[in-house]
Write a protein that binds this ligand. Structure first.
Ligand code: COA
Length: 155
């Protein structure tokens, strides 16, 4: 990770930033659910996520300012895989933050990971490749990516 960029676990105080990023028009256009999320629904979602031991929600901070988020959901897809998704704050995009924060979040992961990226999201495809994901397949909506688990010897 570059100097200044750190990942920490999300807290309830991050609710507002996460909602703003989620409802940003470009984020919605790149998501599989494009509707704007209402505040109360978001709070309910965040509380559930924070209390779920199978989910790790990271906030990336650059020099103490929130700049993005990465979510790791274990056992969400069959086969014990860990599903990864990410968003960079609208004002922080195009500066290499997505690439660094996703690589940092999956570094050392001892289980296989997957990611699903909507067609046309070239930046996210580059982020996935740089973080060790390989293209596995595609359908009409998306490409499917998989990252092998890291063994202890890889570290
Ligand atoms: C997609 C997103 C995560 C990219 O984050 P970012 O911090 O702007 O990306 P980076 O600056 O790390 O760039 C990653 C790579 O994509 C390239 N890139 C950045 N913006 C790009 C764009 N608009 N079009 C094409 N390539 C782009 C960069 O040059 C870099 O390429 P490199 O590997 O050759 O160096 C961010 O724009 C975002 O959050 N978008 C909305 C939500 C979203 O798409 N989430 C992901 C769903 S899978």
């Amino acid at each position: 990770m570059s100097r200044g960029l750190v990942l920490r676990e999300a807290r309830i105080e991050d609710a507002r930033a996460l909602l703003e990023w989620r409802n940003d028009p470009e984020t919605r256009a790149r998501s599989f659910t494009t509707a704007e999320v209402p505040g109360d629904e978001h709070m309910e979602w965040l509380r559930r996520v924070l209390s779920d031991p199978e989910i790790t929600l990271y906030i990336a901070e650059l020099d103490g300012v929130r700049v993005g988020t990465v979510r790791l959901e274990r056992n969400r897809v069959p086969g014990g895989l860990c599903e990864i998704s990410w968003t960079v704050a609208p004002g922080a995009r195009g500066r290499g933050i997505g690439k660094k924060m996703v690589a940092g979040a999956v570094s050392g992961l001892s289980v296989a990971a997957t990611a699903r990226i909507r067609h046309g999201n070239t930046a996210s495809e580059r982020i996935a490749r740089a973080a060790g994901f390989r293209l596995e397949g595609e359908d009409d909506d998306a490409t499917y990516w998989r990252r092998p688990p890291e063994s202890r010897e890889d570290r």
